[in-house]
Design a protein around this ligand. Structure first.
Ligand code: ADP
Length: 174
């Protein structure tokens, strides 16, 4: 698998699937979620409502992932995953790891070969960027998948630098 870093907007990525840092309601929010629904159009939200009605009546649990099509976005699919809110008192890193693992599992079901991830949980869910980057890179590297390209799409230079560092650090220990 190739891992690439891009500084930019995930809604502009031409890949098989982009991952949304959704919330459990699947009914939209701010940050990445807001951008995806705004640019992707109403079809994505309609499919999210169907997912709620058919499978996730109580909402999509934290650490899990589910797919819709991508509406007007250049990607083919949106894989919605719910990151954990960072906690100073409880170690929730397994749940953050699970977001990446489960998203890749769903990508495999869709036969997606290229997947773009945002820095899940690092916005309103307050996960420290360096730690989130380490967890993201390590999990993606350790997951057995048919996905050939993982692209981390980082919104700003600090996030990009954190992922660059995480890739270097994880290389050194391989
Ligand atoms: P969460 O609720 O999981 O914390 P957010 O959407 O609030 O999710 O933020 C996750 C990360 O995505 C943050 O680092 C934020 O800066 C970044 N981000 C926001 N909009 C975009 C976008 N359009 N493309 C890529 N990353 C984005």
């Amino acid at each position: 698998m190739d891992i690439h870093l891009v500084q930019g907007d995930i809604t502009e990525q031409r890949v098989d699937a982009i991952v949304n840092a959704a919330n459990s309601s699947l009914l939209g929010g701010g940050g990445v979620d807001g951008a995806i629904h705004r640019k992707g159009g109403p079809d994505i939200l309609a499919e999210c409502r169907q997912l709620r009605a058919s499978t996730y009546g109580k909402g999509l649990p934290t650490g899990q992932a589910a797919a819709t099509t991508a509406g007007r976005l250049p990607a083919r699919w949106v894989i919605h995953t719910v990151g954990p809110v960072h906690s100073a008192t409880e170690d929730r890193s397994d749940l953050l790891s699970s977001c990446f693992r489960e998203s890749l599992r769903v990508a495999d079901e869709l036969k997606a070969r290229s997947v773009a991830f945002p820095a899940v949980s690092t916005g309103v869910y307050h996960w420290p960027m360096d730690d989130a980057a380490r967890i993201a890179v390590r999990t993606v590297r350790e997951t057995s998948t048919s996905v050939r390209e993982v692209r981390f799409v980082l919104f700003d230079a600090d996030a990009y630098a954190a992922f660059e560092q995480a890739i270097g650090a994880s290389d050194a220990t391989d």
